[in-house]
Design a protein around this ligand. Structure first.
Ligand code: ZN
Length: 479
């Protein structure tokens, strides 16, 4: 019997906190400035410069811990993580080690819950930029603008068993961090990065195999691909009787492979010790309570509320809250302006989303007429003033003209014909013009009825009230 292996995966997510200034100094954190223009003695690691902890960074870290149900430790300790690298001017990174900000917690991944080991605060390093080819002409430039930017690192338990679940878990973490306003979710600019630890073990075995750490993956798709590659690579080694090396590997999106970077350091290699320039971080219950009050509603809670309060299906709530940015806010404002929940939800998921896609936009803020405008349009449909098909034309006109739905309907005379006498005249004309289908209907071929209703709608330029038109037509041709 060949041995069957299962992957064991844990994630470490580095999340840049959305503070205006760095974690231990007043330098700006804004992205894209000219190199080394957002630096000072503290974040350049000059001798004698002392760090001062950014209060806002701590509050954002508390928010993240609360949202992820992690328990916040009353005292946490900053520690020096010592290593030598050009982008780390002090020769150490200020991080947290054996007393992190928070421990435990959980996040969903697909249908399973993934445990969190810890959440700790730390500073980011600078950025190395490599220029020149071949190797002999190669130069490395250093940009310290990112040095000292506040991060939290979220470490999951090794609870994940597939590359797809790992990508899903990273996605859910991003969603929560963005929803609570502590991260901008911008993975291309590196505000959210993921390292993944992956090993294989025989199914049924409790022990872990030797793991590889895949560093700095900055998209969900790449994370999944990197892990799929790594799982196959390790399985190949194990099945041919080899031994997986514990090492750090880098994902190369050009080749779709991971490459060895270095053998993995153990914690002892970093010679952690408490940071002597910073006092212990004390977070009391009162502070946690104040932060809790400022927390926005989390996506899961909001979905549940939309289902309970507005009778939406969980599918609709999921699309509005998670799939279309800003849609849940737009939906609630549309309902508050008088639209029915089901109608508002259908329009946002249907016409509004289609139109945004056509314009290459994805955020509801691009809708020029806002929730009140949509509510007015749906009220005209629900009240029988215009049919759904006319409403779609009015909707288009609202984008181009900026006029309200009511103004467009009045100016273009689009109101439905609900007047029996006017409809009867149109029906008579259609009956007279279509003797054959009428005769066929009377002979029992009732399928022609739909055709005749269509002719009435066409003759009325789509303005006939379809239910009334069908009723009058039926009365006219039955006998
Ligand atoms: Zn600075």
């Amino acid at each position: 019997m060949p041995i069957t292996y299962e992957p064991v995966i844990g994630l470490e997510i580095h999340c840049q906190l959305l503070t205006a200034t760095k974690i231990f100094c007043g330098c700006s954190t804004s992205f894209g400035a000219a190199p080394n223009t957002q630096v000072c003695p503290v974040c350049l690691g000059l001798p004698g410069a002392l760090p001062v902890l950014n209060r806002q960074a701590v509050e954002f870290a508390i928010r993240a811990a609360l949202a992820l149900e992690s328990s916040i430790n009353p005292v946490s300790i900053f520690a020096r993580k010592n290593y030598f690298y050009p982008d780390l001017p002090k020769g150490y990174q200020i991080s947290q080690y054996d007393q992190p900000l928070a421990t435990g917690g959980r996040v969903a991944a697909g249908d399973t819950m993934v445990g969190l080991t810890r959440i700790h605060m730390e500073e980011d390093a600078g950025k190395s930029l490599h220029h020149g080819f071949p190797e002999s002409d190669r130069q490395t430039m250093l940009d310290y603008n990112r040095s000292g930017v506040p991060l939290i690192e979220i470490v999951t338990e090794p609870d994940l068993r597939s590359a797809a679940d790992a990508a899903n878990c990273f996605g859910r973490l991003r969603e929560v961090l963005v929803a609570i306003g502590v991260n901008d979710g911008n993975m291309e600019e590196g505000s959210l990065r993921c390292d993944a630890n992956v090993s294989l073990r025989p199914v049924g075995s409790a022990a872990f195999g030797a793991k590889a750490e895949v560093k700095n993956v900055n998209s969900f798709r790449f994370l999944q691909k990197a892990l799929e590659f790594e799982i196959d690579r390790q399985r190949g080694i194990l099945e041919s009787g080899g031994r997986v090396e514990q090492e750090t590997r880098q994902w190369d999106s050009d080749t779709g492979t991971t490459q060895s970077m270095r053998s993995k350091e153990g914690a002892h290699d970093y010679r952690y010790f408490p940071e002597p320039d910073l006092p212990p971080l004390r977070i009391d219950e009162a502070w946690i309570a104040r932060v809790r009050e400022t927390m926005p509603e989390l996506p899961e809670a909001r979905m549940a509320r939309l289902v309970a309060a507005h009778g939406l299906t969980s599918y609709d709530a999921d699309v509005l809250v998670r799939l279309i940015p800003g849609a849940a806010d737009f939906f609630e404002a549309t309902v508050a302006a008088g639209a029915s929940a089901k109608t508002a939800s259908n329009w946002i998921q249907g016409e509004v989303r289609r139109k945004l896609k056509e314009l290459g936009r994805e955020d509801l803020s691009a809708v020029p007429f806002g929730p009140a405008g949509l509510a007015e349009l749906t009220a005209l449909v629900d009240g029988g003033t215009i049919s759904t098909s006319v409403a779609k034309d009015v909707f288009e006109a609202m984008w181009t003209s900026g006029e309200s739905a009511r103004a467009i309907v009045e100016a273009q005379g689009l109101a439905q014909i609900g007047d029996a006498a006017a409809l009867a005249a149109i029906v008579d004309a259609v009956v007279a013009a279509n003797p054959d289908p009428v005769a066929q209907y009377r002979a029992g071929k009732t399928q022609t009825f739909g055709f005749l209703v269509g002719q009435v709608m066409k003759a009325s330029k789509g303005k006939a009230n379809p239910a009334m038109a069908a009723e009058i037509l039926k009365a006219r041709i039955v006998n």
